[in-house]
Design a protein around this ligand. Sequence first.
Ligand SMILES: [Zn+2]
Length: 460
Amino acid sequence: MATQIYNTLSRRKEAFTPLDPNRVTMYVCGPTVYNFAHIGNARPAVAFDVLYRLLQRQFPSVVYVRNVTDVDDKINNAAKAEGVPIGTITERYLAAYHADMGALGVLPPVIEPKVTQHIAAIIAMIERLIGNGHAYAADGHVLFNVPSFKDYGALSHRDRDEMIAGARVDVAPYKQDPADFVLWKPSADDMPGWDSPWGRGRPGWHIECSAMIDTNLGSGPIDIHGGGHDLIFPHHENEIAQSTCANKGTLGGQPFARYWLHNGFVNVDAEKMSKSLGNVLLVRDLIGIAPGEAIRLALLSAHYRQPLDWTEAGMREAKAQLDRLYRTLDGLNDVAAADVAAPVAFVEALSDDLNTPKALAELHAIANAANKSVEPAERARLKGELVAAGWLLGLLQQEPAAWLQGGDADEAAAIEAAIAARKAARAAKNWAESDRIRDEWAARGILLEDKGGETTWRRA
Ligand SMILES: [Zn+2]
């Protein structure tokens, strides 16, 4: 059964059939690196990571490109405020983004292009658009002429008045039409800039994705384009206009991207996340409260297109779910995982437009079956299924003992020392001391468990 995905372009679920089954192409708009990632930034990274994992199981090659916006006015402002070059800001926050997404189990994309490495491609694309009458230079700027592209608005399903209002355009005197948008803008001397046929300047935001797709995936149609719901208009609408008009010869009348996927917002305690409300949750802070894997599961607990209401209770519930699943795996320690694929019901759930809530329910069903089973071959199969299904969600890939013990190396060493002291006390038949050590750690939430002459530990 082909995977069904909801295509924003057609507004319905469609069977996913790549143009070339030997090379699936996927592009997702990545971070603008001027600050630490918040939980809303993590959602597309995690959602499209699940899609990337699923496609990797279905096709021999998936070229996943996720860009980095490393020149932008927010970056310029941050650099100015600190009195450093923009590269200092972007390197710092890209490294932090990689660390945060790594903690959430997000696989690196195949290609991670940066805007500053694509300025020549951006300028070349703008020149093509001017050459074929879709863009014009005016007053140091280059603008895309929206009325020249009759399909403008097809993705966002907006009419012209809505689009002009929605774009919040300042009616600059050099614009031929109020809906026209900037491809290139002039840079003052204290701003980052590059030499161009229109003077020293820098690209507008939208053109970067069109140029990076061209350079890294080719100028023919790509299979999948993804991003947050807030990017549909104007960003993705503008990408379509640019790429369609610049690549008429190579697209052959086909859409520039064939399937458009968009994830929903993250709210915090039923409120929109915003600086003014002071409720912006940074991934790096959440990782201090719960393991990255629990944050990932919490993000996957709602369907990716639906809004997700982030609560601390939800995050703790995700942690408790993982404790249960890892306890099941820990209980299967005596059998080796069979080399099996994820079960059909699980894959069918994911293949239905990435229905992760249903897939998680199937994961628990496998665990429940494993908890009841006493037959070694069946337990080995169920263990293999848990690991294979878990991989598709980016979960359950740690050693169960490591998960159940948590990640604090100093504390783990102290517990191991206590277990050794307790062993010595028992060897000396000093039962009171042995119990005292056990109770002391139990009071701190660490359970010492005796089994077959060995003592192991886990968190309560
Ligand atoms: Zn983009």
